[in-house]
Design a protein around this ligand. Structure first.
Ligand SMILES: [Zn+2]
Length: 346
C-alpha cells in the first residue's frame, strides 16, 4: 500500500510538470485527490490493513496529499499568474507578513530559571555523562549491589561486550539521577568548600501521567566545614520561592535515601489551592518536590573527603514537577510530544 501511494505520488508530480493550464491542473486534482480520486480510493482500503500499519499509512497519505496540493498550487500560480502587484496597485503602507517566532521549550525555560536562581546563591553549574557506570550511579552513592533502593531506580542497561569483564566500575547504564554528576564526580575532582548543581536528563523504567522513561532533574550539593541542616532548609526555601515565583511555605518530612543521613522529603504548599486542599495535592495542601538531607559519611569517603572535617547537604528534584505545578499541566507526557499547539502556550 505504501508503494502504491508512493507510485501515485510520483506519477502525479510528473503530470503536474507537464500540464500547462489551470484547467488541466483542476482536472488532475480531481483525478487524484477528489472524492473518487486515485489516492482517495487507495485510502478506502485502509480498513483492511493491520492495526499497527494504519497510523503509518494514514500519516504517509496525509503528507502526500499536502505535497500534491502544494505542487498544484505552485504550478497554478504560474498560469493565473500575475500576482496582485501586476493588477496595477501596490500599497506600500500595508503591514508586512510577520513570520512566526519560535521560543525555548518550557523545560529549557525552567532549566534556565533554576540556573539563575542557584547562580545567585554562588552555586556552580556542572554536568556529567548520561551514560553512567554502576559505580558512580549507585555504589559511590552508598547503594551497593542488591540494595533494595535500586528497585525504585530500575533503568536501562547497555549491552555488554562479549567476553569482556565489566571491571571495577561495573556495567554501563543510563543514569537514574544527576546525583552521580553533582556528588561523586564533582567531589572527586574538587576540594571543599564546594557548591554545585547538576542538571540534565535522567532515565528510569516508568511511564504514566506523572512519569516518563526520560525526565529531567536538578540536584545539588554544598560541602564545607560548618554546613548544617538549617543551611539546607534556608537554601531550598529560597530557591523554591524564586523558581515557582510564589510565596510558598515548605516542610521537611523525615525519610530515607541511602546517600543522605538524616534524609528528608521536601514539600511545598500546593500552588493550585494555596494549601487549602484539592485533588492535585490529594487534599493535603502540600506537594512533594523531592528528596534531600545531609550527605552520608560513606559518600564523603568515596570522594576522599574526611567526614570528621567536612559535612554537606544534598538535594535532588525533578524539573518537570515544578514546571507542571507552575503551569498547571495535568499530563507530563504532553511536554515531550512536540505539539506546537501545546508548546505555544509558554
Ligand atoms: Zn492543592
Amino acid at each position: 500500500m505504501k508503494k502504491t501511494l508512493e507510485q501515485l505520488k510520483q506519477k502525479a508530480l510528473g503530470e503536474i510538470q507537464r500540464i500547462n493550464d489551470s484547467e488541466g491542473l483542476k482536472n488532475l486534482e480531481t483525478e487524484y485527490l477528489g472524492r473518487k480520486g486515485k489516492i482517495t480510493k487507495v485510502l478506502r482500503e485502509i480498513k483492511d490493513i493491520s492495526e499497527e500499519m494504519k497510523p503509518v499509512i494514514g500519516k504517509l497519505a496525509n503528507e502526500i496529499k499536502i505535497e500534491l496540493t502544494d505542487a498544484i498550487k505552485t504550478a497554478d500560480s504560474k498560469f493565473s499568474g500575475k500576482s496582485s502587484t501586476d493588477k496595477g496597485f501596490f500599497d506600500p503602507t500595508l503591514p508586512g507578513i510577520r513570520s512566526a517566532e519560535g521560543h525555548l521549550h518550557p523545560i529549557t525555560q525552567m532549566l534556565e530559571r533554576i540556573w539563575d536562581v542557584f547562580r545567585s546563591m554562588n552555586f556552580d553549574i556542572v554536568d556529567g555523562p548520561e551514560i553512567e557506570n554502576d559505580y558512580y550511579n549507585f555504589q559511590a552513592l552508598n547503594i551497593p549491589q542488591d540494595h533494595p533502593a535500586r528497585d525504585m531506580q530500575d533503568t536501562f542497561y547497555l549491552k555488554k561486550e562479549k567476553n569482556k569483564s565489566v571491571g571495577k566500575y561495573g556495567e554501563l547504564l543510563l543514569r537514574t539521577h544527576t546525583s552521580s554528576a553533582s556528588q561523586v564526580r564533582t567531589m572527586e575532582k574538587n576540594k571543599p568548600p564546594l557548591r554545585v548543581i547538576a542538571t540534565g536528563k535522567c532515565y528510569r523504567r516508568d511511564e504514566d501521567v506523572s512519569h516518563t522513561p526520560m525526565f529531567h532533574q536538578f540536584d545539588g550539593v554544598a560541602v564545607d566545614s560548618d554546613i548544617t541542616f538549617s543551611d539546607l532548609k534556608g537554601t531550598l526555601h529560597h530557591a523554591m520561592r524564586e523558581i515557582l515565583e510564589k510565596d510558598i511555605k515548605v516542610r521537611f518530612r523525615i525519610s530515607y535515601f541511602p546517600f543522605v543521613e538524616p534524609g528528608a522529603e521536601f514539600d511545598v504548599t500546593c500552588t493550585i489551592c494555596n494549601g487549602k486542599g484539592c485533588p492535585t495535592c490529594k487534599n493535603t495542601g502540600w506537594l512533594e518536590m523531592g528528596g534531600c538531607g545531609m550527605i552520608h559519611p560513606n559518600v564523603l569517603k568515596a570522594a576522599k573527603y574526611d567526614p570528621k572535617k567536612h559535612q554537606g547537604f544534598a538535594f535532588g528534584f525533578g524539573i518537570e514537577r515544578p514546571l507542571m505545578i507552575k503551569h498547571k499541566i495535568a499530563d507530563i507526557r504532553t511536554l515531550f510530544e512536540n505539539d506546537a499547539r501545546f508548546l505555544k502556550q509558554f
